[in-house]
Design a protein around this ligand. Structure first.
Ligand SMILES: [Zn+2]
Length: 339
């Protein structure tokens, strides 16, 4: 890649906070990208007759700490401040929105503001674009349907995982569109470059390693429970955490895949087979549904995602040898031979 050209509209003014207040050329570039993305966000929001919030964008090395402080500033409960985004194990960013949707903070890794060559600037822009995607998606969703309630029973968690994976997929696509349309990246011959080609290959090459978390790792955890080396709580916590983690990984991977076939389609891995009841209907749905559902369709969209996640993960867990059913106020897990 050789060039990045500019294409910007009218500017909405986010407050941009740079690491140590440094004003290097790379930091200035980051600030311009941030302003351009926010102006795109403004026009997407005004299409829906929504006001833009006051936005603060922080590039920081200590994302966790800054996210906690920003969450407090926005009046969010502690459980809503944590859980920063990890991309391939690396902490990438966080988007926080106040409950009244009038203020928001985006925190991204400080390398976004120090990237000096075109490819790393494009990747940094996609990282910021992803978080601005969460901002747009979160504001519109908040106005239409609200956040997903806290759930803990397996069948509810299964539904929630599909809702979370759908958001990651959609804001990833939004982030790529923002970055590509703003920076107009080109290769050596001047032909347009797609972010899916650049950052997608990393996700695709990490796919087998990610699926190892299901098979053999989660299978090993289930076996350890059967051998009385783990409590039922420990088993369920590991299942819920791993199931969500791989679903988000698949969402990022497929969002960065432009081919007709899904990236996971051609992967010969037992984990891909075990999870197929989840990923096949989920991505079939996401590929044809709008990136941001129209105002009247949020509740139908969430209902569909919950159905996909619930049916898909309950079947995937059954293949792994675990089934859940209601018992009193809680649930009962039965564990048996895997498929
Ligand atoms: Zn995300």
């Amino acid at each position: 890649m050789t060039g990045l050209a500019w294409h910007t509209g009218p500017h909405m003014e986010p407050e941009v906070v740079l690491p140590d207040g440094r004003h290097t050329e790379a930091a200035e570039f980051f600030e311009q990208v941030a302003r351009a993305f926010c102006s795109s966000a403004t026009s997407l929001l005004s299409d829906r007759k929504m006001a833009e919030p006051e936005v603060r964008i922080v590039a920081a090395s200590n994302i966790m700490e800054v996210a906690a402080a920003e969450g407090e500033r926005l009046g969010l409960q502690p459980d809503r401040r944590l859980g920063v985004e990890r991309v391939g194990g690396v902490v990438g960013g966080k988007c926080l929105i106040s409950d009244d949707r009038r203020r928001a903070s985006i925190i991204v890794a400080d390398y976004a503001a120090t990237a000096s060559d075109a490819p790393s600037r494009l990747i940094a822009a996609a990282l910021l674009g992803h978080e601005v995607g969460h901002l747009i998606y979160g504001l519109i969703r908040g106005a239409e349907i609200g956040i997903f309630p806290n759930v803990w029973k397996p069948w509810e968690v299964a539904g929630m995982i599909a809702v979370l994976a759908a958001e990651e997929y959609r804001v990833d696509v939004l982030g790529q569109v923002l970055a590509e349309r703003t920076l107009l990246p080109t290769d050596d011959s001047g032909a347009p470059v797609s972010l899916a080609d650049i950052s997608g290959s990393g996700y695709r090459s990490g796919l087998k390693g990610a699926l190892d978390e299901i098979s053999p790792k989660l299978e090993g955890t289930i076996l350890a429970y059967r051998l009385h080396r783990l409590s039922l709580d420990e088993l369920w916590n590991a299942m819920a955490r791993t199931s969500e983690g791989i679903a988000l990984y698949l969402a990022h991977t497929e969002a960065h895949t432009k081919q007709a076939a899904l990236a996971i389609e051609g992967v010969a891995h037992r984990g891909a087979h075990l999870l197929e009841p989840f990923w096949r209907p989920l991505f079939a749905y996401l590929r044809q549904a709008p990136m941001v559902p129209p105002a009247t369709e949020w509740s139908a969209d969430r209902k569909r995602l919950i159905e996909i996640g619930r049916a898909g993960y309950m079947e995937a867990w059954r293949r792994l040898g675990v089934a859940a059913r209601p018992q009193g106020e809680g649930f009962f897990l039965s564990v048996f031979d895997p498929e």
